[in-house]
Design a protein around this ligand. Sequence first.
Ligand SMILES: Cc1cc2nc3c(=O)[nH]c(=O)nc-3n(C[C@H](O)[C@H](O)[C@H](O)COP(=O)(O)O)c2cc1C
Length: 337
Amino acid sequence: MNANYDPRITPWQIREQDFPQEGSSAEKLEFLLRYAILAPSGHNSQPWKFSVRKDEIQVFADEMRWLRVGDPEQVNLHIAIGCALENLLIAAEHFGYGHQVTYCPRPNQKELVATVKFIPQGQPSPFREPALFRAILNRHTNRKAYEKRLIPKRDLNRIQDCCVEEGIRLHVIDDLDTKRNVNELLIRGHATLIADPAFRRENAYWLGQGLFNIPRLLTRLIQLVIPYLKVNRAVFAVMDTRLVMSAPTLAVLTASVNDRVSQVQVGQVFERVCLTATMLGLCVHPLSGAVDVPELKAQVAKLLPDSDVISQHVFRLGYAEPVKSPAQRRPVGEVLV
Ligand SMILES: Cc1cc2nc3c(=O)[nH]c(=O)nc-3n(C[C@H](O)[C@H](O)[C@H](O)COP(=O)(O)O)c2cc1C
């Protein structure tokens, strides 16, 4: 790794003019990966690996970075890979490439999640507006309490338009009763998860990997304390309620089936939502505590008009002070195989 590489700063400072116009096809595709790795991922686990061929990138799940306790079915892992894939496609279109994605191309090699073939001088997709590209460098998870300000209908429509994949739907929740119900499930989810010592140990480990932008010493202290912490349900009730009820809008991404392809596509839609929101001056914060617990996941779906869907991802949308320091990223060199 370059001695000057600062994981919180360098990855977010990509200079578009550094794209190697005169370089080989592989060098150009490798440049696109700088954008892919800025995608969000549960606990900032960055559970992806890439292999660059002449005109193709293979996208792999990195099972060493899988949260086995918190995400036993690898749903969040595949949503994160979908986010990275979407950034890759948006960057490819920006630099003039068309692309063909094949999901899960080899059923006997389950870590190979997708292959993307790149075609020079391709046509951009109608639903990936060019401005999304710039938003990649400005998108950050915002965990602050949100302002009361409502999101204008036209902006919510633009968020809704991000959802083009078949079987994937975005449900917007802005009525008080449903928000309270989601909040209640989230509180129960967090209480269930944190009661498990293995979950607490896993959390402590990932916290040490730079999940939140908190000083190193404080991170170390939290890491030491978390495994022994018996957190009372009331603590989550206060923290979650403040975040959920401050947000003007909650959203749930659902799928009609629960397979790998749809999980990756939920991630792709989520990343387009995040980038569109960033463009519109909106903040996004995933809240996966309820959907990470199987019984509660089904109950989240029951709150929605089509209750026979699978609720895969819950997040809040709203306005807040911008995030000051971005989350860290591993350099591209570390995610290449
Ligand atoms: C599938 C998924 C689930 C997530 N769940 C949560 C969550 O429950 N709570 C939370 O605060 N952040 C959650 N996040 C956000 C990540 O923690 C965040 O993306 C990561 O720390 C990197 O920070 P960044 O998004 O600001 O780049 C989730 C992200 C993804 C993609």
